[in-house]
Design a protein around this ligand. Structure first.
Ligand SMILES: C[S@@+](CC[C@H](N)C(=O)[O-])C[C@H]1O[C@@H](n2cnc3c(N)ncnc32)[C@H](O)[C@@H]1O
Length: 288
């Protein structure tokens, strides 16, 4: 029965469609923008070589570049006079095109150059090693992308090794205190991919890496998930369960249980007749 459920991480198209709906229904970007405005300046205060004239930044899993671009803007405004070279690693061609459009529109006048790597982080690592590249970066970030890598441990280890002296490495993922953890702990086993359940802090701890953690409050309005046939609700359900067409393909008992569980206080709160899923994030900062 469960074999008819397909993981949406297998195809870019459905995943992107569901991701866009999730962005519209959540405060995901709003809370990241607040973090970039209020916390990032203190984090980047020490990056870069003393007396240097440029900074190297690396974005991994950049998507459409919306948040990456805000990070670049913030770095530029805090380090006026320094040029920035920004490398992008993003496998989805549609997302890279959107990012390039954004740069075309908002980039002129900024002292930022770009290198585009349309590939997965694993391929980027392989390519660097084959070319014997000794690249170093002052700031590296992975925003909501670690769910999709082959090994979190190896990915963190490799990208941390690319940090320049005084560099900072920022990882943003869902928080242990969000509704994602109980949902995936309880049902992840039944979902077609278990990739959304990860514990970055535990991995960092096992690796002996010290980090600072910022909790970013966020929620998703999932009210429409409970209206059968509602397109937005169906796409949100797909996003929450990592499944293509969850409502059509999941066994009936699993569907009922998931829908009931989504409204429980472990996952959501009810306010003015609306249901808000806890989407709190962790912004994890790792030093050189
Ligand atoms: C949830 S989106 C987040 C995009 C962006 N960082 C944001 O917050 O809007 C995850 C992104 O990671 C990319 N991705 C998936 N697997 C990847 C991998 N192995 N290496 C690099 N990027 C990957 C996807 O194409 C997608 O754009």
């Amino acid at each position: 029965m469960e074999s008819s459920m397909k993981s949406f991480t297998l195809g870019f198209v459905h995943h992107l469609k569901a991701f866009k709906v999730f962005l519209e229904c959540s405060t995901e970007y709003m809370c990241m923008e607040k973090f970039i405005d209020e916390n990032l300046p203190n984090i980047i205060v020490s990056i870069g070589k003393k007396g240097g004239s440029s900074l190297n930044v690396l974005g991994v899993g950049s998507g459409s570049g919306k948040i990456d671009f805000e990070i670049l803007n913030k770095i530029q405004s805090k380090c006026p006079g320094l040029s920035i070279h920004n490398e992008v690693v993003e496998p989805n061609p549609e997302q890279i095109s959107s990012y390039k459009e954004l740069v075309k529109e908002k980039g002129p006048g900024l002292n930022i150059s770009f290198t585009w790597n349309q590939m997965r982080s694993e391929e980027y690592e392989k390519q660097n090693k084959e070319r014997n590249e000794n690249k170093k970066f002052d700031f590296i970030h992975m925003i909501q992308m670690l769910y999709f890598v082959e090994s979190i441990h190896d990915t963190i280890k490799y990208f941390h090794s690319l940090l320049e002296t005084n560099g900072k490495f920022l990882i943003i993922t869902v928080s242990d205190n969000s509704g994602w953890h109980p949902l995936w702990k309880r049902f992840g086993f039944h979902f077609p991919s278990n990739s959304l359940f990860l514990d970055v802090c535990k991995t960092l701890d096992e690796m002996g890496m010290k980090c600072q953690i910022h909790e970013l409050p966020s929620d998703i309005n999932i009210t429409e998930c409970f209206i059968e046939g509602n397109e937005i609700g169906e796409l949100l359900l797909d996003f929450l369960t990592g499944t293509v067409h969850f409502r059509e393909t999941a066994p009936a008992d699993l569907k009922t249980e998931v829908l009931q569980y989504l409204r429980q206080p472990q996952c959501s709160r009810e306010e003015n007749g609306k249901i808000f899923f806890n989407n709190n994030l962790h912004a994890i900062v790792i030093d050189y």
